[in-house]
Design a protein around this ligand. Structure first.
Ligand code: FES
Ligand code: MG
Length: 602
């Protein structure tokens, strides 16, 4: 069906022909001298001047894979299939690198790179003769950054996910990337495994090319791209080494040429309804808490106002349907075999919780794409009426410590619920003594200090981990209890912080709090020993400290330390980037939208 439809579209001569922006470079009769200059260097690898001047659309392949970006490295291979697809549809492929991002290895945090890749890609898409682009995505921030850039420039763009790794197995047990680290870390602290065993568990969780195989930020954001309508139906969940991955690469290449002919730009796809669909998808997937700033940022660059409460209003009431680590049991291969993202979205559509009319990159509506996509593996993708958990989305929190924070409820364990959220007469309410750390080094140095007397009535707080404080905002809020407490059976303490946490973490944290302590948020005046009251019914988190005392601390006690910037970009990033609650975007960039409509001068 897909082939027939695309052939029909290709041969539909009734469509008005677009003047391609690349023509201004390669077929400019007024400035023949410039055209000659532009043309000569492309001949070196088989593109002829005649072809470049012929009016064929020139399609960029934004290459995010490299040795520095191993989660996306499969794209180095996939790009060949993309090229074939582009060629077979009559386009000319031009592949180029984008700023590499590798979540795990980048210091002080890969979060510095999302906006950097964004800035770089805007310049590439805007300043070169490109009529459309294939965005190659995978590792966490490589997806939102590229969609943000495509939005700003607004040329036809389609996402090709690299796909997750194969499932990880260790001694007969499924071990998901990331999640296995947090779980093994607790086992190590409890003395249940050796350091060698820890390393074995970690490497076993990563058996092939691909991005994280759990429902961490990578799987979440690629699913979000699909839910937004930015990638072919069924693209996100195909494991990187599977045959279908190469086929989708080819089809993505074919489709982007058609999208150029149809002038199907991101501004026609990325509507408010599309973003609400993405938020709903994150809820039923048990998706990463990093989806909050990333979706917020993509919406901001698309010019779609998304008030922070939208996370609770359009996501919290939805159930958890996808049984994938860290909220569930399985990993990416089974998710794909069970039907992947379309099957999860199908449940939402049937339940009336998805906007089916949204236009997608396929040229069809979301509802049309999802026809016949019901899952047959009900252990993996549960029916809407029989979920893994009711009300499993994000709670939006507020109080005297911050204006905005979120709590991912799908990872709250039964053990944690029993201990903190089930007091008779005060369900979902608890009070705890704060233990405050200035950044993660301070946490690691002091967490096992007996003088802190940390017990089950404590909440671990980390500050200085936000956009400005870190800088970049670090994944450090998922702090584990002291070793002694873990050995005594406490797997989780409540945690709170102005940083983020890994999407693969199962920590019940209040995080992404904005404003952060480094810009005067309430965590700055919080002290170890203060009592914090968390009320999930009201969505509040308050330190029980009198106003006079807060004022005294602010006036007489020093503000928490902030490290100096170490690179030029860190300094510029700090100057220009906003808080996590509004997506951590560079506000000044939001006024640039649809830049491709105005051609850059020679
Ligand atoms: Fe790159 Fe998880 S670390 S996808
Ligand atoms: Mg991450």
């Amino acid at each position: 069906v897909w082939r027939r439809e695309s052939l029909q579209k290709l041969t539909d001569k009734s469509k008005p022909q677009q003047r391609l922006r690349s023509r201004d470079w390669f077929a400019n009769t007024e400035r023949m001298d410039m055209t000659a200059l532009y043309l000569e260097r492309f001949m070196n690898y088989g593109v002829t001047p005649e072809e470049l001047r012929s009016g064929k659309p020139i399609i960029g392949i934004a290459q995010s894979g490299s040795d520095l970006s191993p989660c996306n490295r499969i794209h180095v291979e996939l790009a060949k299939r993309v090229r074939d697809g582009i060629r077979d549809s009559g386009g000319i492929p031009i592949e180029f690198p984008v700023h590499p991002i590798f979540e795990n290895c980048r210091r002080p945090t890969a979060a510095l790179d999302r906006n950097l890749l964004y800035l770089g890609l805007v310049e590439l898409l805007n300043g070169y003769p490109l009529d459309g682009v294939v965005l190659t995505t995978g590792c966490d921030k490589t997806t939102p950054s590229q969609i943000m850039a495509a939005s700003t420039v607004d040329i036809p763009a389609i996402v090709l996910s690299g796909g997750p790794m194969l499932d990880g197995w260790h001694e007969g047990e499924l071990v998901g990337s990331g999640t296995v680290i947090w779980r093994s870390r607790r086992k190590l602290a409890a003395g249940e495994i050796s350091e060698e065993e820890f390393l074995d568990r970690a490497t076993d969780s990563a058996p092939s090319a691909g991005h994280c195989n759990s429902m961490g930020t990578a799987s979440t954001m690629n699913a979000v791209a699909e839910a937004l309508g930015m990638s072919l139906t069924g693209c996100a969940a195909i494991p990187a080494p599977y045959r279908e991955r190469g086929q989708y690469a080819y089809r993505t290449g074919r489709r982007i040429v058609e999208m150029v002919e149809e002038n199907l730009c991101p501004s026609r796809i990325l509507t408010r309804e599309a973003f609400l669909n993405a938020i709903a998808a994150v809820s039923v997937l048990g998706g990463s808490s990093n989806a909050q700033p990333h979706i917020q940022a993509m919406a901001a660059h698309a010019g779609v106002p998304l008030e922070p409460d939208v996370w609770q209003e359009h996501g919290y009431d939805l159930p958890l349907l996808v049984n994938m680590q860290p909220a569930g049991a399985y990993l990416g291969e089974r998710f794909h075999r069970a039907g992947g993202v379309p099957a999860a979205l199908w449940e939402l559509l049937q339940a009336g919780k998805l906007y089916g009319d949204c236009l997608t990159c396929t040229g069809h509506t979301m509802a049309e794409n999802l026809k016949g996509r019901e899952s047959r593996d009900r252990e993996m993708i549960r029916p809407f009426a029989d979920p893994l958990m009711e009300k499993a989305g994000y709670l939006v929190m507020t109080g005297n410590l911050f204006d905005f924070g979120i709590l991912k409820t799908s990872v709250i364990s039964e053990e944690f619920r029993q201990r903190y959220l089930s007091r008779p007469g005060a369900e979902n309410v608890f009070e705890a003594r704060a233990i405050v750390f200035d950044g993660s080094d301070d946490y690691h140095h002091r967490i096992n200090d007996p003088a802190l007397q940390i017990d089950d009535n404590c909440i671990l707080v980390v500050r200085g981990a936000g956009v400005i404080g870190w800088p970049g905002s670090a994944e450090v809020v998922n702090m584990q209890p002291p070793d002694a407490l873990i050995r005594a059976g406490t797997q989780w303490l409540p945690t709170l912080g102005d940083g983020r946490q890994s999407g693969t973490s199962d920590s019940p944290s209040i995080l992404n709090t904005s404003p952060e302590s480094a810009v005067g948020g309430g965590l700055a005046w919080l002290r170890t020993g203060d009592v914090i009251r968390v009320d999930l019914n009201e969505g509040t988190c308050n330190a029980l400290v009198e106003g006079d005392e807060i004022a005294r601390r602010l006036e007489h006690e020093p503000a928490p330390p902030i490290p100096q910037s170490n690179t030029p970009w860190e300094e510029l990033f700090r100057e220009k980037t906003g808080q996590l609650g509004s997506g951590g975007v560079m506000d000044f960039a939001l006024k640039y939208r649809g830049t491709s409509k105005k051609l850059p001068r020679h």
